[in-house]
Design a binder for this molecule. Structure first.
Ligand code: PBG
Length: 334
């Protein structure tokens, strides 16, 4: 409800914009490094920092370099880092067994970070795509290519348990299977992982904005078909609310909307409807648009970065997963 205001000239809205002091006093939303979760790509090897061509300024890092990134995150005031493994093609199989190998890249990186920077929260990704010869987030049925739900959930539970055992603080199921939050929550409780948080990719859309990410994790070549039988239709909005309600009921602590910028309306609806900790993922394609244009001199990179991140706060998000996390935190810290 708008307060009743006297007509012009008693009300001049430009008064509160007339100086930096008044603008600061009347600013509604704030950004801080504490709003960010920094997604980082892990690869094998040592002392490797390899730039991803479609994501200028973003790298695949060997575990030792991931630990360096973790130290940097902590020193910048970023509370969490999120790990995505770039898995060698030779480790991708039909049964996706590498997903719950205690020695897989993601688990090794988690242990290394928790040893070096214990105060930094480590978030891990639950989905089979990095390990799947088919590039899909779940098991693919031979006869018709359908991604089967319940068998996939059993595998996701094993993957989540191996991540919790490695020391993950936040587990992020990004697979969009039905029932996975409840199944993972029950398994975590049964194994004594009472304080491992679940940040559910509740409203994850079948988006073309994930393109550069699939290059980054080496899934582009592997992916057969698309993900439209499990990720959401970009035309839908009410459905997102039903998914968030379901995930909170099944034991999610935090929920996510993904992608971010094209789905700010969904962020706002989710926050208003549930008041739960709500995050957006500013995905690889959103990063590529802004960073690519900035690199070409078409946009002011720092300013569009900060404006895009503030938009998530304005839309009601408590935080944002963003590849800009270190750059934005550096600017915010002055
Ligand atoms: C896969 C996953 C994807 C992203 C995070 N986890 C891609 C996909 O669903 O194909 C995308 C992140 C990004 O684009 O930055 N489970």
């Amino acid at each position: 409800m708008q307060p009743v205001q006297a007509p012009f000239p008693a009300t001049r809205h430009r008064r509160t914009r007339a100086s930096a002091a008044l603008r600061a006093l009347t600013q509604e939303n704030m950004l801080s490094p504490a709003d960010f979760i920094w997604p980082v790509f892990v690869r094998d090897g040592e002392n490797v920092l390899e730039e991803i061509p479609s994501m200028p300024g973003v790298h695949r890092r060997s575990v030792d370099k991931v630990v360096e990134a973790a130290r940097e995150a902590a020193s910048l005031g970023i509370p969490a880092i999120c790990l995505f493994p770039y898995t060698a093609p030779s480790l991708k199989t039909k049964d996706c067994a590498e997903a719950w190998n205690p020695e897989n890249l993601s688990n090794r990186a988690t242990r290394a970070i928790k040893e070096a920077v214990p105060e930094l929260a480590v978030m891990t990704d639950v989905a089979l795509d990095p390990y799947n010869i088919d590039g899909q987030d779940g098991f693919v049925r031979e006869s018709d290519g359908y991604v089967v739900n319940d068998e996939t959930v059993e595998a996701l539970v094993k993957q989540a348990l191996s991540q919790a055992a490695a020391g993950a603080d936040i587990i992020g199921p990004s697979d969009m299977m039905d029932g996975r939050i409840g199944a993972i929550r029950a398994a975590l409780e049964a194994e004594g992982h009472r304080n491992v948080s679940l940040l559910s990719y509740s409203a994850k859309y079948a988006s073309a904005f994930y393109g550069p990410f699939r290059d980054a994790v080496g899934a582009s070549g592997a992916l057969k078909g698309d993900k439209t039988t499990y990720q959401m239709n970009p035309a839908n909005s009410d459905e997102a609310l039903r998914l968030v309600a379901r995930d909170l009921q099944e034991g999610a602590d935090m929920v996510m909307v993904k992608p971010g910028m094209p789905y700010l309306d969904i962020c706002r609806r989710v926050k208003d409807a549930f008041g739960a900790p709500t995050y957006a993922y500013q995905v690889s394609g959103e990063y590529a648009m802004l960073a690519g244009a900035a690199r070409n001199g078409w946009l002011d990179g720092d300013r569009v970065m900060m404006e895009s991140l503030m938009a998530f706060k304005r839309a009601g998000c408590d935080g944002v997963l963003t590849y800009f996390a270190p750059a934005a935190a550096r600017l915010l810290n002055g």
